[in-house]
Design a protein around this ligand. Structure first.
Ligand code: PEP
Ligand code: MG
Length: 794
């Protein structure tokens, strides 16, 4: 059967039509309002591969190692797209499209052909534990002329580099996955969104609706922050709502017929999207869908000229066991699902972010066997034997469960840090390498102790309390045994969308791709900062040395692999990767590091965009890595430039982007605001066409206050909330809002509640926090947003 009508397919046909189409069939049969359409079956795809003979060529070519994969995948896509569809198949598809035109709800005198949405429906897509969701193509507003090409694009999307890589890493055979294609009448939504028929974490009898203007793709892909309503289904009334600033909407351009993101008019940006009457209809629809499936559902819906349509329905897979017993489901997202779980005594948005041990801490710990104290860099408590590391070749002495003690950690130590039960260093602050990496790995850590390498003795049994910032003699107390198991990510599970829904996006910072899955499990709205220098430094060589030894391609491959791991874990949530920004002293210990200049103060020196523009060869490789990722379909990757001062820096970087084939108008890119100059000159910088800025408050603070962020003698003067710093942030946000440029923060201060309050009040678009602080920041953002709303109506 080449095509099947959606109304004729059922769950039992899933192997032929894929999960998406089977579900649409079920809903149509139940009398629910699903736009009409048909499915080009998986057999049709198979027959196409077999009768044209391209199947064996494709699968043989894909049996290569990782190095040849990108090329084999590209060849496979080319073959699918360029090979003509057999005539009989072509005729059947076009005949079904003609019939769809007859069904389409067009005006009597409307002679135009119907617009359809063409979506792939992979036969393995919605299997539990193997979610391919989001990996395949969806093309909107297609007409007869392009229909067959678009169907072939859906088939070809099985061979995007990302999909191929995913199947390889998850052990799926390329030959075992088929794809059906849904061709469905387009719904030109005025409003759309999602609806959870029960509370997605507790299972309570409360419905959640999120909505925005235009087509739902903008909401689902995270491009637009939607309104959020919590609804009592008994009375069909809103009990709580957050109205977002909906800056953009995805709509069809009446001239070109193409779907595009367009600005929302000022008067509608903060207007509530759904009316009370529409809420009533959504509640009724939710009840019918839930009755049909017998379990809570997550529904995509659209409203067009008052008519309500359902576009998709899936069971909610995130309800916690602690929730309503009637609705409990077994899912892997239930582990540690208590949203409020956290360490005793943890304040609202602290995230371990204090720079120093407080007086109170010091007093309470006196005479308590404390050997050393320091800055609490990563929470959790662990005990183990001390391993003193003075040289890199001592690293293999650190075995599973040891306490790694060192003057300062370096990126080469990452594998040993991963084995360690806890980490203690003499030097460093909250933003030092050891602090960042240990937080991401969930290993308790204390930095800046000054004396740990003197006081702690090799083989000594100690307990490290990452929260209190103390190292004590001996093993864990009985009642500490449970705390030893503490994993900051467990306290922030389960996954999206079980998190406070906020209009301001809350993202996560990341440095090591190994932590990508942990970071994604926080439910963050994306990665606000991926520090690429950590990927490079862990190669053990400076970029120049690595390129000299292994060639440019090998260097590009390493960067592509690192960023891809993160982009994969977060897809379709955005991942903002930043080009290299390592001070020369961080490169010095690497091979090739002896060529690094000796600088009086590396923080003010040869780093970030200055180095990239001065030495464009390695920078071009970084940009080529981005280009490869964009070409491979990672449309969630964004490019960010560090330490720019003015428009000239940005213009020069942009020219290099263009030189390697990146089209800045078609990619999302932006800059860090880390120097007072960049904040003062933001208007000129924005004129270069950037999409976003991100405040790097670690640097912005040190440069505004002239306080070296790594100098422990002035640590008490390092104040990110200093009025001078806040004033630069405030005026930058204001200018960016006028210019339509998104604003974000990714410095350490994003984990502090006072900073969060200030930024949300200023209207920042997103906040990117450390992995262990994400959940607290989500709650704080929600609290401030609600307060602002209340203030506005009182
Ligand atoms: C910052 O300066 O705040 C920042 C996020 O960048 P880095 O800490 O990597 O300098
Ligand atoms: Mg910085």
């Amino acid at each position: 059967m080449t095509v099947l009508w959606i109304g004729d397919v059922r769950s039992a046909d899933i192997d032929t039509v894929g999960g998406k189409a089977a579900s649409l069939g079920e809903l149509t049969e139940a009398g629910l309002p699903v736009p009409p359409g048909f499915v080009v079956t998986a057999e049709t795809y198979r027959t196409f591969l077999e009768t044209t003979g391209i199947g064996s060529e494709i699968f043989d070519a894909l049996a290569v190692d990782d190095d040849g994969l990108a090329e084999a995948a590209e060849r496979a896509r080319e073959l699918v797209v360029e090979t003509p569809v057999p005539e009989a198949v072509r005729e059947e598809i076009l005949a079904a499209y003609g019939d769809l035109g007859g069904l389409a709800d067009t005006e009597p005198d409307d002679q135009s052909e119907p617009f359809v949405a063409v979506r792939s429906s992979a036969t393995a897509e919605d299997l539990p534990d193997a979610s391919f969701a989001g990996q395949y193509e969806t093309i909107l507003n297609v007409t007869e002329e392009d229909l067959l090409d678009r169907v072939k694009e859906c088939w070809a999307s099985l061979f995007s580099e990302r999909a191929v890589h995913y199947r390889n890493t998850h052990g799926f055979d390329h030959d075992d996955v088929d794809v059906a294609v849904v061709v469905q009448q387009m719904v030109d939504a005025d409003k759309s969104g999602v609806m959870f028929t029960r509370h997605p974490s507790t299972g309570d009898r409360q419905m959640i609706v999120e909505s925005a203007w235009g087509l739902g793709e903008a909401v689902v892909s995270g491009m637009v922050s939607p309104d959020h309503y919590e609804i009592d289904p008994e009375t069909a009334t809103i009990v709580e709502s957050t109205i977002a600033d909906k800056k953009q909407q995805m709509i069809k351009d009446p001239e070109t017929g193409e779907t595009a993101l367009q600005p929302v008019g000022d008067e509608r940006r903060t207007e509530r999207v759904v009316t009370d009457a529409e809420i009533e209809r959504l509640v009724e629809l939710g009840r019918r869908v839930e009755d049909h499936y017998g379990e809570p559902q997550d529904v995509e819906w659209a409203l067009v000229e008052g008519e309500l349509f359902m576009l998709q329905s899936r069971p909610i897979t995130t309800i916690s066991e602690a929730g309503d017993s009637e609705t409990v489901q077994e899912t892997d997202a239930t582990q540690g699902g208590d949203e409020t779980a956290g360490r005793p005594g943890q304040t609202a948005v602290d995230g371990g972010g204090d720079q120093q041990v407080t007086e109170a801490d010091a007093d309470s710990e006196t005479d308590d066997g404390v050997l050393v104290r320091g800055v609490s860099a990563s929470p959790g408590t662990a005990s183990g034997e001390v391993r003193l590391i003075t040289k890199l070749d001592h690293l293999d002495q650190v075995t599973e469960g040891d306490v790694l003690v060192s003057t300062m950690t370096t990126p080469d130590m990452v594998p040993a840090m991963q084995r360690a039960a806890a980490i203690v260093t003499d030097e460093g602050g909250m933003t030092s390498h050891s602090a960042i990496v240990s937080r991401e790995m969930g290993v308790p850590a204390i930095v800046g102790t000054r004396t740990a390498t003197d006081v702690l003795k090799p083989g000594q049994q100690v307990t490290v309390d990452g929260e209190m910032g103390t190292v004590t003699e001996g093993g864990p107390e009985e009642d500490e045994a449970a705390a030893e198991e503490y994993d900051p990510v467990e306290s922030v599970r389960p996954q999206t969308p079980v998190k406070p829904m906020t209009a301001t996006e809350v993202k996560v910072n990341l440095s090591i791709p190994e932590a990508a899955e942990r970071a994604a499990a926080t439910g963050a709205d994306g990665v606000g900062l991926l520090r690429m220098e950590h990927m490079v430094i862990s190669l053990g060589k400076t970029p120049e040395q690595y390129i000299a030894d292994h060639g440019e391609n090998a260097f590009i491959d390493e960067l592509v692999d690192g960023v891809r791991t993160v982009a994969e874990a977060f897809y379709p949530r955005p991942v903002r990767a930043r080009t290299l920004d390592a001070p020369t002293d961080e490169f010095r210990d690497l091979q090739g590091g002896s060529d690094e200049p000796h600088e009086h103060n590396p923080m003010l020196g040869y780093r970030g965009i200055r180095r990239s523009l001065d030495k464009p060869a390695p920078f071009r490789c970084e940009l080529r890595a981005f280009k490869r990722l964009f070409d491979a379909g990672y449309d969630n990757v964004e490019l960010m430039l560090p330490l720019v001062n003015d428009a000239e820096d940005v213009e020069r970087a942009k020219l290099l982007m263009e030189e390697v084939g990146i089209d800045p108008a078609k990619s999302r890119w932006g800059v860090m605001v880390e120097t007072p100059a960049s904040a003062l000159l933001i208007e000129e910088i924005a004129a270069e066409g950037i999409d976003f800025v991100s405040f790097g408050t670690n640097d912005l603070t040190q440069y505004t206050l002239a306080v070296d962020r790594n100098n422990e003698h002035v640590v008490d003067r390092f104040d990110e909330l200093h009025p001078g710093v806040l004033s630069l942030i405030e005026t930058t946000i204001e200018t960016c809002r006028e210019l339509g440029v998104d604003t974000s923060i990714c410095g350490q201060a994003a984990s502090k509640s006072d900073m969060v309050d200030f930024l949300v009040e200023q209207g920042i678009s997103s906040i990117s926090a450390n992995i262990d602080a994400v959940r607290d920041v989500q709650h704080e953002v929600k609290r401030v947003e609600q307060k602002l709303l209340l203030d506005s109506v009182r």
